[in-house]
Design a protein around this ligand. Structure first.
Ligand SMILES: Nc1ncnc2c1ncn2[C@@H]1O[C@H](COP(=O)(O)OP(=O)(O)OP(=O)(O)O)[C@@H](O)[C@H]1O
Ligand SMILES: [Mg+2]
Length: 247
């Protein structure tokens, strides 16, 4: 479904992603792991088209020079030069940290807005599904989003993204900043989404809770691919184990 081919991303002269090739097949749950500054966000943003958008904006302002080399394909089609909104239209949706929510609207209204491009009965269905995934949101459905805890807002942001019915869900460090209870709720939700055959590509620094969920994973360091393999292969790799999974 997604193919990343020999991708390189430079900010000025600093190399953030180094000759990275990987793929995510339809229905797979793939993880990408790496420590701080490994290039996870740059990769996710590049797949979503945000790095290209930033590059054009910087060029207009005469600011930072961003170079993107290599190719991105989605369903066999070259999307390397596509605008972010056109990628969303194809079903490529990125859930980032601090994804915007509508703070003055209730949880329920937020989810309705998230599905605004779709038919009413479909939206109802996906809102019901989001509430099933995140029971804590259901309990607060009539509260203003701005009144939710940080973790609940994060869940709502993910719910908003799901209400848009992505085909490829990209997630950048969704566990970051969540309490252990919220992390468990999210891990359960991810497991369920993966059972429903949603294609997921997720970046995390804190790999441990994600490992049991993934079909395959990649580990990157300074933008460079170190190892790849099934969840079990990664956990069994002694180097990966000590460096990334705290085991
Ligand atoms: N807009 C930018 N301008 C210049 N350098 C950047 C920019 N964004 C990221 N970088 C640099 O690119 C490298 C990769 O950063 P990136 O944010 O992709 O890593 P990350 O794996 O997401 O890290 P973290 O775990 O901290 O989120 C880092 O060295 C970072 O300083
Ligand atoms: Mg990041």
């Amino acid at each position: 479904m997604l193919e990343v081919k020999e991708l390189m991303v430079f900010y000025e002269n600093a190399l953030a992603v180094n000759n990275l090739s990987l793929e995510v097949k339809e229905g797979e749950f793939v993880g990408i792991f790496g420590s701080n500054s490994a290039g996870k966000s740059t990769l996710m943003n590049t797949i979503a088209g945000l790095t290209l958008h930033l590059k054009y904006r910087e060029e207009r302002r005469g600011g930072e020079r961003i170079t993107i080399l290599g190719r991105l394909k989605f369903d066999g089609e070259d999307i390397t030069h596509l605008k972010p909104v056109d990628r969303v239209q194809k079903g490529i949706v990125l859930c980032r940290e601090r994804h915007p929510i509508f703070r003055d609207n209730t949880v329920q209204e937020n989810l309705q807005l998230g599905g605004y491009l779709r038919k009413e009965h479909e939206v109802k269905e996906s809102i019901a599904f989001v509430f099933e995934l995140f029971p804590s949101l259901k309990r607060r459905r009539n509260q203003k989003a701005g009144m939710l805890s940080g973790g609940e807002q994060e869940m709502l942001a993910i719910g908003l993204v799901l209400a848009a019915r992505p085909r490829l869900l990209l997630m950048d460090e969704p566990l970051l900043g969540l309490s252990p209870v919220m992390q468990q709720e999210l891990v359960r939700a991810l497991k369920r989404l993966s059972q429903e055959k949603l294609t997921i590509f997720l970046a995390e620094q804190y790999a441990r809770p994600i490992m049991p969920l993934i079909d395959r994973g990649y580990v990157i360091e300074n933008g460079t691919l170190i190892v790849s393999g099934s969840g079990k292969e990664l956990v069994d790799n002694p180097e990966v184990r000590s460096a990334y999974f705290g085991m």
